[in-house]
Ligand binder design. Structure first.
Ligand SMILES: [Fe+2]
Ligand SMILES: [Fe+2]
Length: 481
């Protein structure tokens, strides 16, 4: 049996990393545990902590049967530490150490860089739970309520996973970082979460679905890049986290799809053909297509900022050190060192958007972002099929990558979603055409009334095609207490 196949499920912390024999790390984690539970109760989902939620819990690392479903009270969820099984003889796949045996201990020369990568990834996990904590009160169904909580508990588990790496491999400063991960707060002026998009509000369920579609998918890309790491415990950690991440993106993709479905059928039934007749559509109590486009513009642009600067020496350093690779590095067929390669990057040069060839090593963030954009484009195309089937003349579209950016090449200019440069006055005058206005927010907020009856759905969203774990339509996904 390869190392890491056996899962110890009996102790306080289910794990396949041999905690029972590793007294030091087990103690460190058991010491951290109460603070985590306090954080969950203070900053996790508001309400529902006593309710029984039909949740998936990871109990193994065998791809064919790694999870069980059962009713659980969230604070009693088994947040475990599960690494993908060890690949014997694994080599560092890229960078200046390419071909050397993968590191099982922290390489001293890269300690600070590695710790930073783990902390930044770890910080996003509790941040998203904090951002989503108020949504339970307005869930459009028990099915959606359960999906929200599933995402939340798994993001909590991802935090555990990163904290394990800090506790196990980084000694005293790892412990300090593990504490700090429980101390920062999304949106807090004094001690915010590390990355900008994780300090934004998630005010309503359309935002939640957009977030899980766009921002969880950035998480996926980052995990994929870290899964290539020459530091084997990080690689194994991220590989297992990716199995859970798929469901988060499913929640987002199908959530928006169901909203579109409901809007389109309501328009069809009422005989409304013009998608821009927002007033008429809103009278039906559904979400108009133009505001869905605006939310898409917002969440796409916020998420692009998470990829960092297009031209980045940090990214180059992490690659050369063998710590963070490219998307599916192991499937790429170049030399995995990139010393002579170039990559095309859109840049802002004297106020204009131009494409330039730059050294590929410095363009790794850009490359990951391009891989990301290709994936979200495919998802948006699937959304558009729903609109087309309803014969409505409207197409959702990703905005230009320079639109509404706070980080990188385009943070100093304004462009419209088509990429046309706007001066400050034009941007201010037209911003509410591109991004949700306060009126849009108020309209959506008004729709957000909970629907907690079994098998029923709020009027602005269609039911899902199939239930979770193949449960029937009226299944009680949450027993609310
Ligand atoms: Fe996560
Ligand atoms: Fe996620």
């Amino acid at each position: 049996m390869p190392e890491g196949m056996h899962v110890d499920y009996d102790g306080l912390i289910p794990n396949n990393v041999g905690l029972a024999q590793d007294l030091r790390v087990r103690k460190a984690l058991e010491t951290w545990h109460p603070g985590y539970i306090d954080w969950w109760k203070e900053m996790g989902p508001v309400g529902f902590q006593e309710s029984l939620v039909y949740l998936r819990t990871a109990i193994g690392v065998d791809p064919t049967g790694w999870a069980v479903f059962d009713y659980v009270k969230m604070p009693e969820y088994k947040w475990g530490i599960l690494l993908a099984p060890k690949v014997e003889g694994r080599k560092i796949p890229f960078g200046r150490h390419k071909g050397e045996p993968a590191w099982q201990e922290v390489p001293g020369e890269y300690r600070a860089m590695l710790r930073r990568l783990i902390v930044v990834q770890g910080d996003t996990e509790p941040a998203s739970v904090e951002q989503q904590r108020h949504l339970g009160a307005t869930a459009p169904s028990l099915y959606d309520l359960r999906n929200l909580f599933q995402v939340n508990v798994e993001e909590g588990r991802h935090l555990w996973q990163m904290v394990y790496l800090l506790q196990k491999y980084f000694g005293a400063d790892g412990r300090e970082e593990a504490e700090a991960l429980l101390e920062r707060r999304s949106g807090d002026a004094d001690r915010p979460r590390i990355l900008g998009a994780f300090n934004e509000a998630t005010p309503d369920w359309l935002s939640f679905f957009m977030f899980t579609f766009f921002t969880d998918r950035d998480g996926k890309m980052q995990l994929e890049a870290l899964a290539q790491s020459g530091f084997d415990p990080l690689s194994r950690s991220c590989r297992f986290m990716l199995t859970e991440e798929a469901h988060h993106m499913f929640v987002g993709a199908t959530g928006v799809q169901r909203i579109l479905q409901r809007t389109v059928s309501a328009m069809n039934e009422a005989g409304i053909e013009d998608p821009y007749d927002v007033e008429a559509v809103r009278r039906l109590g559904v979400i108009d297509l133009p505001v869905i486009q605006k939310k898409l513009n917002l969440h796409f642009s916020l998420t692009l900022d998470l990829f960092g600067n297009e031209i980045s020496t940090n990214a180059a350093n992490a690659f050369e050190a063998g710590l963070k690779g490219r998307y599916r590095e192991d499937k790429l067929t170049d030399d995995h060192q990139l010393h002579n390669a170039t990559y095309p990057v859109l840049r802002c040069v004297s106020g204009r958007i131009v494409e330039e060839q730059v050294p590929a090593l410095s363009a790794l963030n850009m490359r990951l972002r391009d891989d990301y954009v290709r994936e979200v484009e495919a998802g948006v195309a699937r959304w558009n099929q729903v609109i087309a089937k309803g014969n409505i003349n409207f197409k959702l579209k990703l905005p230009h990558v320079a639109f509404n950016r706070a980080i990188g090449e385009f943070s100093t200019i304004h462009v419209d979603p088509d990429g046309n440069i706007l001066d400050d006055a034009a941007w201010a005058a037209r911003k509410s055409e591109f991004l949700p206005s306060s009126d849009d927010g108020a309209y959506i907020a008004d729709l957000m009334k909970p629907m907690f009856e079994r098998g029923r759905y709020a009027g602005w969203i269609a039911p899902p095609r199939v239930g979770i774990d193949n449960k029937p339509g009226d299944f009680e996904y949450v027993r609310i207490v």
